[in-house]
Design a protein around this ligand. Structure first.
Ligand code: GLU
Length: 266
């Protein structure tokens, strides 16, 4: 069964560790591979929305700071510098493959304010109708508190998938999927290919509900999976280090971990 058979609209989330080198600078080779695969998905008739991190890291690298600054103001300034750097590269690579990108920067209050939410929905829909690839990030430079911050792009991508009524969310991470224990400390950890339901047992594997501890940020990914699956949208956690693995999914194979959505037909 191809997971893409009924997927006309997908959201792809990609994290900083996939997009940048350990120096913080953008990993151009990997970004280009990712752009090529996403362009091909688009060419095959799938509408693609990309949720991309990497702004803070790219800003820090560009300005020549060694590390991510401590103060929120400095971090917000770095995000402003890095976001344009990030978009410049995406625009260049996607243009090379014949596609048009559009930047959308989100704050959390867009979700709860009916007129702003409807404006965001309309903009996504119009852009997708116009064959563009919306590239979304949190508006880090102006989000400061609980009301405006999503608390990470795993959560942002889940809300974007819901807002756009996507058919599938692909969460590209630096691990192969969701394991039954932490693969970084347990060599016998086993990849779980399919999660029917995110129950207490699954949450316990990732470190328990609502805690900051988790296996490679798994709690945030499970929270994201809970948001989308409740809305009928399935989600994959996949390794983004080699973006070409997405072809295996496109070709009907199975990689990573698939979180089933009870209301979905898939
Ligand atoms: N919005 C942040 C950035 O672009 C990333 C947040 C995250 O990865 O969760 O740097």
């Amino acid at each position: 069964m191809s997971y893409f058979r009924d997927s006309r609209r997908i959201v792809v989330k990609v994290g900083t560790s996939t997009l940048t080198h350990s120096t913080g600078h953008l990993n151009l080779r990997r970004i280009e591979k990712l752009v090529k695969v996403l362009s091909d998905m688009k060419n095959s008739g799938i509408q693609v929305v990309l949720v991309s991190s990497g702004a803070v890291s790219a800003g820090v690298a560009k300005i020549g700071f060694g590390t991510i600054p401590e103060t929120p103001e400095a971090k917000q300034a770095m995000a402003a510098i890095g976001q344009s750097e990030l978009m410049k590269i995406y625009d260049k690579f996607f243009s090379d493959y014949g596609h048009t990108v559009a930047q959308i920067l989100m704050t959390k209050d867009v979700l709860t304010n009916p007129s702003r939410r409807s404006a965001a929905e309309n903009t996504f829909n119009r852009l997708l109708e116009m064959n563009c690839i919306p590239i979304v990030n949190e508006n880090d430079s102006v989000s400061t508190d609980e009301l405006t911050k999503f608390g990470g792009n795993d959560i942002l991508s889940a809300h974007v998938a819901t807002l756009c009524e996507a058919d599938l969310l692909l969460n590209l991470s630096d691990v192969d999927g969701f394991y039954d224990s932490d693969p970084r400390t347990n060599p016998d950890a086993r990849l779980i290919e399919r999660v029917e339901e995110i129950n207490d047992e699954i949450l316990a594997i990732a470190g328990g509900a609502g805690t900051a501890r988790g296996t490679g940020g798994m709690i945030a990914k499970l929270n994201a999976a809970m948001i989308v699956t409740a809305a009928g949208i399935p989600m994959f956690i996949l390794n983004g280090q080699e973006p070409e693995i997405l072809y295996a999914l496109l070709d009907g194979g199975h990689i990573g971990t698939y979180f089933c959505a009870p209301k979905s037909k898939k």
